[in-house]
Design a protein around this ligand. Structure first.
Ligand code: GTP
Ligand code: NA
Ligand code: MG
Length: 340
């Protein structure tokens, strides 16, 4: 039987439009506050189990879901980090393009959209910070439709005007978009979900639509089936107390086991080493900021992992790795990364 893998969802958008705050709200921890200067400088990975998603969506849940959860990738919005946004985009099965509804399209919104176009990644637009629309009365954690219905007519109009502007911006770039509740065919139209990452309004609909998109995508594509051979991308190489050099990675295919021989694209050619240990952050904790990990014998994609392995000095963020069993496997891997 084929195992369904956890879809990878990249969160992309202009600096300070609310990517980390959104993931923070979904996790219900307080990550943004702990980031120096509030500017994200690395890619972060957080696994949200299906049970947690269902809990957030409980008032509106109406889907039959077979995915185990979602793996969210946080990316930086600062203009200096194009390479990290591209890496996040390349890894993603789906994406959230987050736009501050009060600011509209900005340079890195545009850039993120181009990345999604390049990789043909299905995405949802989250029109964030609706709580800052003048006159908006916040309703903590409420579905957007319910909170919207409770606003004054003039406030609803303000929101709708901003949504129309977003629809126009997307149209100019070749995308037909609409507010999510007015869409019939989600395969042809991009859904815009008004949210507040701060108050949680609209997050139930955003997550429901993501899960729905993942399901539809899964029916059409085999990319969500775990194929067997473990493959991943290195996010960061880090020295860890008591462990030595380790690397954080996204495992995007297969099952990785302690003892596996792996090939990694290094600075001076391919490095062949073996997995001495696999560490996992606790569920709903971001890997980048988590100090308490648990040790596991094996892990199945998609997942954020920390790998303990010898001889990884030449490994760089962005390197690909793969399990290898023979010299032919190593040659094939060398060919693959040369082509990319
Ligand atoms: P980078 O990682 O630096 O690109 O920024 P980001 O997109 O992760 O934005 P971040 O989550 O750091 O939020 C930037 C600021 O906007 C913070 O002060 C947040 O508190 C604030 N913010 C984010 N979402 C909302 C929202 O829905 N409403 C309001 N009022 N403020 C928000
Ligand atoms: Na920020
Ligand atoms: Mg951030």
């Amino acid at each position: 039987m084929k195992v369904l893998r956890t879809p990878i969802v990249a969160v992309l958008g202009h600096v300070d439009h609310g990517k980390t705050t959104l993931l923070d709200r979904i996790r219900r921890s307080n990550v943004t506050a702990r980031e120096a200067g509030g500017i994200t400088q690395h890619i972060g990975a957080t696994e949200i189990p299906l049970s947690a998603i269902k809990e957030i969506c409980k008032d509106i849940w109406n889907v039959n879901v077979v995915i185990p959860g979602l793996l969210f990738i946080d990316t930086p919005g600062h203009k200096a980090f194009t390479n990290l946004r591209r890496r996040g985009g390349a890894l993603a099965d789906l994406a959230i393009l987050i736009v501050d509804i009060n600011e509209g399209f900005k340079p890195q919104t545009e850039e993120a959209l181009m990345i999604l176009k390049t990789f043909k990644t299905p995405f949802i637009v989250a029109a964030n910070k609706i709580d800052k629309i003048p006159g908006w009365q916040s309703n903590e954690g409420m579905p957007f439709m319910k909170s919207y219905a409770m606003q004054d007519e003039v406030v609803r109009q303000r929101l709708d005007n901003r949504i129309y502007e977003l629809i126009g911006e997307l149209y100019q770039r070749g995308f037909s978009a609409d507010r999510f509740d007015r869409i019939r065919d989600f395969t042809r139209n991009v859904a815009i979900v008004p949210i507040s990452a701060l108050t949680g309004e609209g997050i139930p609909e955003l997550l429901m639509l993501l899960v729905g998109l993942a399901q539809r995508y899964l029916e059409k594509s085999l990319r969500l089936h775990v194929e067997g051979k473990a493959r991943g991308t290195v996010l960061e190489v880090k020295e860890e107390k008591g462990l030595g050099l380790t690397f954080d990675a996204i495992l995007y295919d297969g099952t990785l086991r302690v003892g596996d021989r792996i090939a990694i694209g290094g600075v001076e050619g391919v490095i062949v080493t073996h997995v001495r240990g696999i560490l996992r952050p606790r569920p709903a904790k971001e890997m980048r900021l988590e100090s308490r990990f648990k040790s596991v014998e094996s892990v199945t994609a998609a997942a954020g992992i920390k790998v303990v392995a010898p001889d990884i000095e030449g490994v760089l963020a962005g390197s690909e790795f793969e399990v290898v069993e023979s010299d032919e496997d190593i040659k094939a891997f060398e060919q693959r990364i040369k082509q990319e």
